[in-house]
Design a binder for this molecule. Structure first.
Ligand SMILES: Cc1ncc(COP(=O)(O)O)c(C=O)c1O
Length: 390
């Protein structure tokens, strides 16, 4: 007799509501409705032509086999060179592990740092998959409510307050998803010191590095060699579908992370790694930087436009491509409100509930991953919706 047993850990996994919104938006589109997609967190630009060509060339040259589990040696070196070129930081390429996206890196980091029942400190609101990946790995996450007072980021004082005898690690993201706020370098330094004091490890997700608009970009690797730094080719490099990212680990973790990667991934996608080599070239950077300027122009339009409509945005989004807005002037149930907005006006947003519990029903996330012209239309439509109901 077959069994329909599902492990408790996975059966209780929360859905990503934005995927339901996306499915609903696609259904409306198939019925002929025009939809402004501001729900999904991926660049609207296609991968740059030179990167696509590099991937295709790899295929034409039959580079279709596994690479080493930690990635192509030349890509690991290219990542180390990239840190040197951009941030004047020296990294031994051995410490660079190429992964199937930042998602793969998060799995490796949590796997090697925490045992079942131990806990990791995460910000609420924050990127929801961190908590869910921890759950799949039987690791507990302690969600710490953050507000605009700390720019929606964890700081050393919060970490000190919430650390307990089962805590082993802290994870932050700068710029953050969903708030787009940036952790100042000094704050990363203080976090590193606090976590070291507690004999734990800090994981810094720098996936939105390169998409910072109001200050100089930096890497936590310039602050400490003791933290785990996660990055990806998905966002700034515009390669979401290629599934390739990386993680820089402290020297003493190189071997264990390689062994985990051997077993759970075997290797990151080969053709994507060849494409990534071109993504890192200095000659490609101007294309990516031009796109960053476009994102900045969108942020500079959308932020005041939303404030004028009555949304409250209390911590300035300085990076990524998100605005996390308080919508309590219009609703006390952002999930319902977002659904109604989609059905009536064809504007798709992500409800706060996707990013945690803390004041979630008063917030929604706007992704400015659409052209300025579409964003302008979206603002008009939201205005019409608000006028009708308030
Ligand atoms: C903060 C953050 N980390 C990690 C990821 C995962 O990205 P990927 O696996 O595409 O590199 C995302 C995706 O949206 C994200 O926002």
């Amino acid at each position: 007799m077959s069994s329909d047993r599902i492990s408790k850990r996975t059966d209780s996994l929360k859905p990503f509501h934005v995927m339901d919104i996306l499915a609903q938006a696609k259904k409306l589109e198939s019925q002929g409705r025009s939809i402004c997609h501001m729900e999904v967190g991926e660049p609207d630009f296609a991968t740059a032509g030179c990167i696509i060509k590099a991937g295709m060339d790899a295929l034409k040259q039959f580079k279709t086999h596994y690479t080493p589990a930690s990635g192509l040696p030349e890509l690991r070196e290219a990542v180390a060179d990239y840190y040197h070129r951009k941030f004047s930081v020296e990294i031994n390429p051995r410490r660079v592990i190429i992964t199937p996206g930042a998602s793969g890196a998060i799995q490796l980091a949590i796997s090697c740092l925490l045992d079942a029942g131990e806990n990791i400190l995460l910000a609420d609101p924050g990127y929801p998959c961190n908590k869910n990946i921890a759950q799949v790995l039987a690791v507990e996450s302690q969600m710490i409510p953050v507000s605009s007072a700390s720019a929606y980021q964890l700081d050393a004082a919060l970490v000190a307050k919430h650390w307990n005898d089962k805590t082993r690690a802290v994870m932050v993201a700068t710029p953050s998803n969903p708030t787009g706020t940036v952790l100042p370098e000094q704050q990363i330094k203080a976090l590193c010191e606090q976590v070291e004091k507690n004999a734990g490890r800090l994981i810094v997700d720098e996936i939105y590095q390169g998409l910072v608009y109001d200050s100089d970009d930096y890497t936590a690797l310039g602050v400490s060699d003791e933290c785990f730094v996660i990055n990806s080719f998905s966002k700034y490099f515009g390669m979401t579908g290629w599934r390739v990212g990386w993680m820089v680990v402290p020297e003493c973790y190189v071997d264990v992370v390689d062994r985990i990667a051997q077993n759970i991934f075997l290797a990151p996608p080969t053709m994507s790694q060849y494409a990534a080599l071109t993504a890192l070239k200095e000659s490609t950077q101007w294309i990516l930087d031009e796109r960053r300027e476009e994102f900045k122009a969108r942020r500079d339009f959308l932020l005041p436009a939303l404030e004028q409509l009555g949304f409250k945005i209390s911590a300035r989004p300085q990076g990524a491509f998100y605005i996390y807005a308080n919508c309590e002037s219009f609703t006390d149930d952002s999930f319902l409100w977002v659904n109604q907005l989609l059905n009536e006006q064809g504007v798709a947003l992500t409800p706060g509930i996707d990013f945690g519990d803390h004041l979630a029903s008063k917030h929604c996330r706007f992704a400015y991953t659409q052209s300025l012209a579409i964003l302008e239309q979206a603002v008009d439509k939201i205005d019409g919706f608000i006028q009708r109901y308030t």
